[in-house]
Each structure stands twice: as C-alpha cells, then as structure tokens.
Design a protein around this ligand. Structure first.
Ligand code: ATP
Ligand code: MG
Length: 186
C-alpha cells in the first residue's frame, strides 16, 4: 500500500455518514468540509440529495434504486479518495448490504473507508423534520420514509457512532474532526 508513505492530510479516504432523514449528516459534512478546506485539505462532499439531482437523476426509492444510488456514490468516492481526496458522503444508505458493497469497492481499490453512524433517534429526527418529510408521511401524503415505513438497517459495527442530541453542530463536527485526526486523515 503506497499510501503509508503519505503524511497526515495527504491520504484519501471516504467517510460515509449514514443515518435517518434529519439526523444531521449533511449539516456535519458541510461543517467539517468547511473546517478542513480552511486548513488546506482537499475535500469533496458527495451529498445524497445532490447526487440524486445529477448522477442518479431518475432513480427512485425502491430497494434496488436505493442500492444503485449508494453504489454509484461509492464508485465515485473511491476514485476521488484514491487520489488523495477526503470524501465525505452524507447519504442515508439504509441497507447494510449496500454499505458493505461500498466498503468492498474501497477494499478492492486499497482505499480507506470509514462508516460513521449519525445516530440521532427517530423521535428527534421527526422533531427536526428539516424537509417536512416526517409530517408528510404522518399526513399520508408520502410513503416509504426511511426509518418510519421503509427500512433503516443501522450499522452494527461502524468505525464511529456519533450522537447529535444535546450537542451543538460545532461540537459534533469537532468530534468527527478529532476522529479523523486520530486516524491520521487530517
Ligand atoms: N449536533 C448536531 N449535529 C448535526 N445537526 C444538528 C445538530 N444539532 C442540531 N442539528 C440540526 O439538525 C438538522 C439536521 O439536518 P440535515 O439536513 O443535516 O439532516 P440529514 O441527515 O442530512 O437529513 P437527510 O437525510 O434528509 O438529508 C439541521 O437543522 C441541524 O442544524
Ligand atoms: Mg442530507
């Protein structure tokens, strides 16, 4: 692995932020990316919503389409990470098998992959309801909401589990930052 010759902050990796809708994945990825860019780190955020508007436009929310979306993001993430970019992927990725497939994509390319579970409980996500999805599901306007009437398979053994209850965004971002520093990635 040629990567061992690289110093801290030069080695690429993918940090996948998985969790329920409104858990805080996008917020944490953006906050961390801002901190890292300010420190000169090459970082890319592959946000689930953004990717669905471009690379995965046309995909829906069936199990199969969700899997395709996640492995596509994994494919791009691995390519970027293999060139020294720190990739943050705030993407729900509800199925353990999809996340395992992305982990495997990275292992095959000798590229680091870290799964971070943004473990905000569903009740708090529902209170935050940033996009109004929980309310719309409760009103019967939509169905297939992850964690409510669609599966969310929480990671059994993630590299990091992060709580956002009773923590500010800055505190949670700092926790994630410290974890990446421990791993020699920033
Ligand atoms: N410690 C914290 N960390 C992250 N977000 C927090 C925290 N405390 C409160 N929040 C708030 O929770 C909300 C999380 O929304 P965000 O869009 O980041 O969720 P998400 O996980 O990306 O959801 P989705 O899957 O729907 O895109 C934001 O309004 C954010 O300000
Ligand atoms: Mg988001």
């Amino acid at each position: 692995m040629a990567l061992s010759a690289d110093g801290p902050g030069e080695r690429g990796a993918t940090v996948w932020l998985t969790g329920l809708p409104s858990a805080g994945k996008t917020t944490l990825a953006r906050a961390l990316a801002q901190r890292l860019r300010a420190a000169g780190r090459r970082v890319e955020v592959l946000d689930g919503d953004e990717v669905r508007a471009h690379l995965s436009r046309g995909l829906g929310f069936s199990r199969e389409d969700r899997h395709t979306n996640v492995t596509r993001i994994g494919f791009v993430a691995q390519k970027l990470a293999s060139h020294g970019v720190l990739v943050l992927a705030p993407v729900i990725a509800p199925y353990a098998a999809s996340r395992a497939a992305v982990r495997q994509q990275h292992a095959a390319g000798d590229t680091g992959f870290l799964e971070v579970h943004v473990a905000t409980p569903v009740g708090l996500c529902c209170e935050r309801d940033v996009k109004g999805l929980y309310a719309r599901q409760a009103a019967g306007e939509i169905s297939g909401l992850t964690g409510v009437d669609d599966p969310y398979e929480a990671p059994a053994d993630p590299e990091l589990r992060i709580q956002t209850r009773h923590r500010s965004v800055a505190e949670s971002a700092a926790e994630l930052h410290a974890f990446l520093a421990e791993r020699g990635l920033v």
